[in-house]
Design a protein around this ligand. Structure first.
Ligand code: NAD
Ligand code: ZN
Length: 260
């Protein structure tokens, strides 16, 4: 193990063990080692294909039927992501976070990922700020259903409870974060005295606001990311390593400290 990793992980473990309420804020980098490409960063889809149309949600509202037809016929960049998502399995980093939760070292995960990897790995306290690709959501009452349990007989599909238009649970560009989810994130950030920033470029709002709130409340930030981010300078500990490598090492160090 390199010295920097060992030192960073040691410092991170000491802060986590002394904290009351630890929250992980997770971004696309967490799933990079599961073979799911990120948007930004060296191998990012946008870095390769250019930035997408940010009017996604407006287009959905203008013509939901057309949006559903296009969903069934994705662009090359989207197809790349969709097939990577379909084949992916959780990596060692996801499993390490699950065990940190089991042992009382991690109270919640706020993930910007839509890939369902934390659920498959067995974590239970997961807040999906950008939704989940395996679910659908009603735009009227916010009810959610697993995709494969919702029969799509017409486009756009409508909600059996309120008649509202049903869309993918994934939050689109320009779409507000569902209020139930945003409320839970704000509650978690206010409880949090240590936030782990894992594989997030920390530029997408409102998620990028939570670490700022934690800092203002006197809490600590621990960053795990092979690249620099706007939050690197204000983090107490920066671990410049992929999360699939760093998190199992961190878990091992926490285990030495015992259960919480
Ligand atoms: P991002 O794509 O903007 O940035 C990814 C970050 O991960 C970069 O800072 C990069 O340096 C870092 N990274 C790359 N490899 C890593 C590794 N092995 N370990 C740790 N970090 C690594 O991601 P973002 O900030 O989360 O924002 C983009 C949005 O795109 C997200 O909000 C998410 O909704 C969506 N997205 C989701 C997925 C997914 O579900 N897996 C994939 C791509 C994009
Ligand atoms: Zn409804």
């Amino acid at each position: 193990m390199n010295d920097d990793l060992s030192t960073g992980v040691g410092q991170a473990a000491a802060i986590i063990a002394a904290s009351r309420h630890v929250v992980a804020l997770v971004g696309a980098g967490m799933s990079a080692e599961s073979g799911i490409p990120t948007f930004r960063g060296k191998e990012g889809i946008w870095t390769k294909h250019g930035e997408p149309d940010l009017r996604d949600y407006d287009r959905f509202r203008e013509d939901p039927k057309r949006w559903w037809e296009q969903r069934m016929n994705p662009s090359p960049a989207m197809s790349e992501l969709v097939s990577a998502l379909a084949e992916a399995v959780p990596n060692e980093g996801h499993f390490a976070l699950k065990e940190m939760e089991d042992r009382g070292f991690l109270q919640a995960i706020i993930t910007q990922n839509i890939d369902n990897m934390h659920q498959i790995a067995g974590s239970t306290r997961i807040i999906e700020i950008h939704g989940n690709r395996t679910k659908l959501r009603c735009t009227g009452c916010s009810n959610r259903w697993p995709l494969d349990e919702f029969p799509i007989a017409e486009l756009p599909p409508s909600c059996p409870d309120c008649g509202g238009i049903v869309k993918g649970d994934t939050v689109m560009f320009g779409e507000p974060i569902p209020p139930d989810v945003l409320e839970e994130c704000i509650a978690q950030a206010s409880l949090c005295d240590c936030m782990l920033l894992i594989g997030t470029s920390a530029v997408v709002y409102p998620a990028a606001q939570f670490p700022v709130d934690v800092l203002r409340g006197g809490g600590a930030l621990i960053e795990i990311n092979p690249e620099d981010t706007p939050l690197s300078n204000v983090s107490q500990v920066v671990i410049r390593e992929g999360s699939g490598t760093a998190l199992p090492v961190l878990l091992a160090r926490l285990k030495e400290a015992g259960e919480k």
